[in-house]
Ligand binder design. Sequence first.
Ligand code: PLP
Length: 373
Amino acid sequence: MNVSFYGHVRQYHNMKAEIDANIAEVLESGNYVMGPVLKRFEKELAAYHGMKHAIGVGNGTDALWLTFMALGIGPGDECITTPNTFFATAEAIWVANATAVFVDSDPKTACIDPACIEAAITPRTKAIVPVHLYGQCADMKAIRKIADKHGLFVIEDNAQGIAASGDGFKIGELSDAVCTSFIIQKNLGTFGDGGAVVTNNDQIDKEVRRLRNHGSEKRSCHSMGFNSRLDDLHAGVLSAKLKHIDEWSDLRRKWAARYSAGLKDARSFTLPHEAAGYRHVYHLYVIDMKKPEHRDELLGFLNGCGIDAKCHYPIAIHQQEGYPWGKQARIAGPIPNSERNAATCVSLPMFPELTAEEVDHVIAKVVEWDRTK
Ligand SMILES: *Cc1c(COP(=O)(O)O)cnc(C)c1O
């Protein structure tokens, strides 16, 4: 039995009528850019978060740097983030011409460790950029406290955590803005690229709207801006999919629980850690090999029997070629946990449309390999 890593086409087949209807609506309307379907989706997305504004943009990376620019974060300014994330988190800081400052991650959750943040703050620090890695919220209460004490912005990179929540906090509640990505492999994904900024801050809303559309607030009037919009076709697809996001997140949690029950006696790795009171939405189900040398061995074994397992992310950002990119990046303190995570992480297939047979097959194969260790 082959098990793929993603279920995009299955998802489309399960809801073909809804998606096709929304695509037809856009095609028949004649409005494809900044049209009524985008407006409607922005309202739905803001309402889903219980927040005032959502602004559709070209992708998740743009959502981040447009927000930094809207907040006036630029040359000489520092943003504290984690090197244990997809490259785009740091790239967006760099696009805004600011400096990325990396601090270590928590050894259990793999999200930014708030205990490392304060020592990294300098007079140039403007923002903290936590990432809700693998679908589990970072410790936003601790991060908000530090931000308040030092007068910093908090911008959530929520490319992986839509529908997640923390112990008594919702996404967006403890930050200035939430940036999300709708590329197909994310929990809420369109058939291509897309992103959004969700915020209660009227100024961020106004600035991102202006910046994403050639600096224009009024037809034919422009100040400097960019072209980074969410097309109505994508907004139509996302509008149909948003109605299913809670049900899909429950399914992800169900498959994660099934994996964790089936793999609980493993000798060679530890299971994903769910922080108490948090709703982890398992964008990725990531196990942590006890010995780095086992990582490629397990991956090779699984891939060899038709199970698509991957690594997220095998190279920490400060270990990427070219670091520190024109000196716009630095490490604050040692980063042992993030470096270890990069060497030991293995992601098992995870998507809502998995079947119990597929999950059990993956479990059986992983257990078969683990018994040889
Ligand atoms: C996917 C992702 C992004 C970037 O999103 P794009 O839409 O691909 O630009 C940023 N941060 C994280 C953590 C991501 O997973």
